[in-house]
Design a protein around this ligand. Sequence first.
Ligand SMILES: [Zn+2]
Ligand SMILES: [Zn+2]
Length: 339
Amino acid sequence: MIQATISGEREVGFVELPDPEPQPGWALVKVHASALCTEYKAYLQGLTMDTPGHEGAGEVVAVGDDQGPVDVGDRVVILPQYPCGACDLCLSGDYVYCENNQDFAAVNGSNNGKGTFAHYTLKPGWLLPKIPEGVTYAQATMAIDGVGASFGGFQAIGMDSRDTVLITGLGPVGLGAVVNARFRNARVIGVEPAPWRANRALEMGAEVVLDPDDPEILSTIRSMTGGRGVDCAVDCSGVPSSERLCIDATRRRGRVAFVGESKSDLAIQVSRDMIRKGLTIKGSWLYNRTDYAGVMRVIQESPLIDLLISHEMPMSRIGDAFEVLGKGEAAKIVVNPWE
Ligand SMILES: [Zn+2]
Ligand SMILES: [Zn+2]
């Protein structure tokens, strides 16, 4: 099989490897679609990756003994990580927080089959939920970070149609948040400096997209919300100034979810920011496994999914895909490993 790699600064490779074989409890998936995430940062910085890709969808082509709930021929979403499947977090659906992740190479003998920018990938069978009929493989990949990440954040803070929601950072995850917010009929105020992304959010139904560098941004948001502030906010940027804006622009007794990651060192003042405001602040990584059907419903029914998938490209052009993403001129990019 072929696995795409990041082999240096702005360099990709295509390595020929033996087809992996599934261990007991695991399945081999033929990857038909894989969505790009943060790998482009490694590509731009020259950090090599041998098995990139973690957002895939495909068809089960082989199963090990004790394969769990999957069978050959199933069309499936490939959920991330290699959680143990046995701890309280895994059993409650919060597998993404598992503290006993399996060592992929120890289980499978090597890292061959770890990435989804590849013809085939290996995964424990219980992390391969089925794709409903009528949903394409490319659309199904949105069930990971595209739609899934902000879905989990909005579940954590109970965002619904009564809310005005501030979404900071309108990259692939933030644009997914616009999809989720519009699906829930919430009013959306976006914050994003890149023109392509701002325009895409407006196309999706954001009422306005503000520039994070505008010194008047806080007063503008307050004046749009009767002087009180937004009901809730989700940060998808991981940028400390935007995380701060989420806290400051949210009304008293409002809710904030942090979804975007970086090496943020945001200082939170417990008294001023939380106690005296009665603010709820939650961190959220992906979503509970039991919310898969809800995430898939957004993918099936939202008219905005095709705007969230801005590019479908052959994997042979994955270098071009990283370039477009790095320029901030894409939402989710999906590659086909077989082209
Ligand atoms: Zn991702
Ligand atoms: Zn676990």
